[in-house]
Write a protein that binds this ligand. Structure first.
Ligand code: CO
Ligand code: CO
Ligand code: CO
Length: 314
């Protein structure tokens, strides 16, 4: 879709839309660049407060994924004209609570009447232009670190089908509510060659973007990837979101599989994540330091010289 647009020529655009990165970055002053992103979606949980908070954590994530610090947000609301206004207030309150936790000020927003509820934010942050975490810099020899478990899409689908246990759902919500701020702060001061957050295109979709943008192959040790409790069982039972199949169709041509990979694990690697973790490429010593500082982080593979396929599953 974006291929039809002309390339912009503005030397202050440090990261534009052409590298499929998490957020745009615009040089404001020699020591300060703006990070801008927007994200909104339809409800993924029943509780309106939780939905608002997850939407906020998800929108903030793209700023953290660029190494930035969020400053301000504008809300985006689509809500039925005859809808329950108390629920809408709860959605806004949930979002506000998460934005407050992030130290991000809500300046305003825009709402439209729409039969289908949608909610999210446009977020603006700042980053040191010399320390922008793009997805283009992963280097052979780097370790790959993932900071959250995978499986929010499969568990949400299992919930819709009445298959999911309360315990599994609440752990998934807890993961989606967790800001990527702590993970990003844990990597502060370390050498980060590449970073992206794992969201709608799933682990392999976002790994593919990093591999292509960095002209490298990402080798993922699938046995090291951590999944949310229950996710593998629901994936085996066929609780597969539509987006998972789309991701698989789009990305699997870029994937070489070495050895045995259980079908449910392969499915989960394509599972679209809401408010997923950060995927970082960094030198082994820095990765070790990150694992020490961030208890949820896990080493899931390494970057290799560009091979036959952008992604290799071991
Ligand atoms: Co992103
Ligand atoms: Co995004
Ligand atoms: Co990034």
């Amino acid at each position: 879709m974006l291929a039809g647009l002309s390339r912009q020529k503005d030397e202050n655009v440090l990261v534009g839309f052409d590298t499929a990165d998490d957020a745009g970055v615009y040089l404001l002053r020699p020591d300060c660049a703006l990070v801008q992103t927007v994200d909104f979606f339809t409800p993924i949980v029943d509780d309106p407060f939780m939905f608002g908070a997850i939407a906020a954590a998800n929108a903030l994530s793209d700023v953290y994924a660029m190494g930035g610090r969020p400053l301000t947000a504008l809300s985006i609301v689509a809500y039925p004209a005859q809808g329950d206004l108390e629920d809408l207030t709860e959605i806004l309150r949930g979002g506000e609570s998460k934005m407050r936790e992030a130290g991000c000020a809500i300046l305003g927003g825009h709402s439209v009447a729409d039969e289908e509820i949608k909610f999210g934010y446009a977020v603006t942050g700042v980053v040191d232009p010399a320390r922008v975490w793009t997805n283009t810099g992963a280097r052979p020899g780097d370790a790959l670190v993932l900071t959250k478990r995978i499986g929010t899409g499969v568990i949400a689908t299992a919930l819709k089908r009445g298959l999911a246990s309360e315990e599994h759902v609440s752990a998934s919500i807890g993961s989606m509510l967790t800001l990527n701020r702590l993970a990003a702060e844990a990597a502060d001061g370390l050498t980060v060659h590449g970073c992206t957050d794992v969201s709608g295109f799933g682990l392999l979709g976002h790994a593919r973007e990093m591999a292509l943008a960095s002209r490298a192959t990402l080798a993922i040790e699938t046995a090291s990837v951590r999944f949310l409790d229950g996710a593998a069982g629901y994936a085996r039972a066929g609780a597969v979101p539509g987006g998972l199949n789309n991701n698989r169709e789009f990305v699997s041509g870029c994937v070489a599989v070495k050895g045995d990979l259980p079908e449910e694990i392969e499915r989960l690697l394509y599972d679209p994540q809401t408010s997923g973790g950060l995927l970082l490429a960094l030198p082994e010593a820095d990765a070790a330091a990150l694992l020490e500082r961030c208890s949820s982080a896990c080493r899931i593979g390494q970057v290799m010289a560009e091979g036959e396929k952008p992604l290799l599953l071991l």
